[in-house]
Design a protein around this ligand. Structure first.
Ligand SMILES: Nc1ncnc2c1ncn2[C@@H]1O[C@H](COP(=O)(O)OP(=O)(O)OP(=O)(O)O)[C@@H](O)[C@H]1O
Ligand code: SF4
Ligand SMILES: [Mg+2]
Length: 335
């Protein structure tokens, strides 16, 4: 596999200074020195609690937000160094599937216009070709062709997400960022949309960054998983490693929150995450997780741990990484 995306030292700080009186500026470091790469054809899951910076990271990669610092090397070029016209062209290769299929589709446009829009803007199709393309896309995502002239409000959440997915794949992008694509949907249809995304990824050889709150949502789709906490990636490894041999105590907490069918078969001690997420404007000193970590030492409060490769391809930022076998399943079990 060759590399499709490399993110180096990416930062995004929001100025959150309140009031009109001049005082010391306050910044919220939503994405704080994040580095990782994604291989062609890979699915990288990104998980973490609300506010940890997942959407900001996605929006930076797709250029909806301007980074404060860092590099985004996509398909061999640093997107931040491209002139606007070339960037516009490159941007076609990165698409997004949004969390909320109710607000992400224009209510005044018909399905045909919604799916055709990127094709009209970036392609050169005549009327017949355009309709043919749109109908094909509707087939691919499992939407009945007779819905072509309907409006978004006439569809269920799952069907709307199918429209969003058709739009995202219309230009045959190289990378799709799925930002919690099923969390706004009824549980009963979440797996249908997940299966569709997985099927499309295989058939169209797509690369995904797949964002979710918790590990169960990324478990079936991801090859590797990055765990975020307060704007930083704290652990990154293969799905298998993460579920069997997590190294970061925060990952252990996320794993402990997953109910399993036979609780007596749990391999881990159930250590549910305690405490609240600290204020991101004023994060804790040293390791930002120390206020909630059952293993913290005096060193953790003082010195920020570096994000380094501790085992082969297994990265974490922790002074006292967990021993092997702390996951919820053993290496032999399937998931
Ligand atoms: N435009 C903005 N101005 C100020 N702060 C912002 C802005 N956008 C995001 N933030 C803050 O940045 C942090 C990261 O937000 P982000 O939306 O990326 O988190 P998230 O992990 O996607 O959360 P969720 O799981 O709730 O979607 C949060 O503390 C959020 O309040
Ligand atoms: S560095 Fe210390 S506080 Fe942070 S996760 Fe590791 S053990 Fe816990
Ligand atoms: Mg989000």
């Amino acid at each position: 596999m060759s590399q499709l995306l490399e993110v180096k030292g990416l930062k995004k700080s929001f100025d959150v200074t309140r009031g009109l009186i001049k005082r010391k500026k306050q910044y919220l470091h939503a994405v704080n020195d994040v580095s990782f790469s994604v291989q062609k054809g890979e699915v990288l899951g990104i998980v973490g609690e609300s506010g940890c910076g997942k959407s900001t990271l996605g929006n930076l990669i797709i250029q909806l937000l301007e980074p404060t610092e860092g590099e985004i090397i996509f398909d061999g070029v640093d997107l931040r160094k491209l002139p606007p016209e070339q960037l516009r062209k490159k941007r076609e290769d990165i698409q997004m599937v949004f969390q909320d299929p109710f607000s992400s589709l224009n209510p005044r446009k018909r399905v045909f216009d919604i799916i055709a829009e990127p094709l009209k803007t970036h392609g050169s199709y005549n009327k017949v070709e355009l309709e043919h393309e749109v109908l094909q896309l509707m087939d691919v995502v499992g939407l009945n062709r007779s819905y072509l002239n309907r409006y978004p409000h006439e569809f269920s959440g799952g069907q709307r997400q199918r429209i969003g997915i058709a739009r995202a794949i219309a230009l045959k992008p190289k990378l799709i960022i799925c930002d919690e694509p099923v969390s706004a949907l009824d549980v009963s249809i979440q797996s249908q949309i997940l299966n569709l995304l997985k099927k499309l990824q295989k058939e169209l050889q797509l690369t995904y960054i797949f964002i979710a709150h918790g590990l169960p949502a990324v478990k079936h789709v991801s090859d590797r998983i990055a765990v975020m906490y307060l704007g930083k990636i704290v652990e990154l490894t293969t799905k298998e490693n993460l579920f069997t041999n997590p190294m970061h105590p925060y990952t252990e907490g996320l794993l402990s929150a997953i109910p399993i069918p036979d609780p007596t078969a749990r391999k881990d001690e159930r250590r549910l995450l305690e405490g609240d997420i600290p204020n991101p404007v004023n994060p804790p000193t040293g390791c930002a997780f120390h206020t909630r970590c059952p293993y913290k030492t005096e060193l953790c409060e003082r010195v920020e741990p570096e994000f380094t490769e501790k085992r082969d391809g297994h990265f974490t930022a922790c002074h006292h990484p967990l021993k092997e076998g702390k996951g919820i399943i053993s290496q032999h079990e399937k998931y």
